[in-house]
Design a protein around this ligand. Sequence first.
Ligand SMILES: [Zn+2]
Length: 285
Amino acid sequence: MTQDRNNTVSASVMELMRCPHCRGDLAREGRDLICRGCARRYELHDGIPLLAQSGSSEQWGSPSDGVTSVAYQGSFQKSGIGERYRWRYQRRWFKRCTTRREIGRIERLLASQPRCGRLLDIPCGGGRVSGPFAAATDLLLQADLSLDQILMARRIMGSQGRVVWFTASAFMIPLKDGAVDGVICNRLMHHLPPGVEQERAIHELLRVSARFVIVSYYDHDSFKSLGRRIRGRHRGHTLRRRDLRALAERGGAFVEVDVPLWCGGSRLRYALLRKSIGPPTAPDP
Ligand SMILES: [Zn+2]
């Protein structure tokens, strides 16, 4: 493990981390981390840097377009939510099948790329699908908005290889550009409203990755999405496949693979966005 219970984070991991607000270098000062750029101070909880910044687009200096994921972020930071979520998935047979299928999809996409030196799992939740990730990389970084979820992920993943944990928002990832070879972002996009927040998340995932991003999303044009819209029972935000391609391009990447969870077609799809050469362009304001 690269973190221990004496509130230390290894120097090699510190070198990758940046202030979520200004992307300044972070340094240890006493029991905290302090930003050398804006002097913000971040606590550690039992060795876990608390770098999550919840909120909407005003946090990163873009005007809000009205619909935000702030309520979702709040609900996921409540104490015990991770335990309930995980328990629900373990209990139901269908959900267990879904979990195995999700892991299988992600593993196949990971296997299509050269092995990673560093892999980021965000949001990792309580580690429901993270089991095989540690074996796919030399160093696994797990991040989530919720400290509760991170503590659960640490309990599950703690003895498997080199793993680092910190709290973080996918909108303001506290890592330097290209800090990791790949990113896995499972089951986040459908909680984010289309527009500013979806674009910001994709842009951030691509910014911190040197090679690829694996991302799940609800396909707007799937039969299931269409049926739910007709019945007025739509839950979760969708994305069109062509819009994902456009988002990837604006982040300096292209969609190399885009497959449904189940072969017959699903609302949930998994895409692998591969970085093109050159720096990402700024997102539209
Ligand atoms: Zn700063």
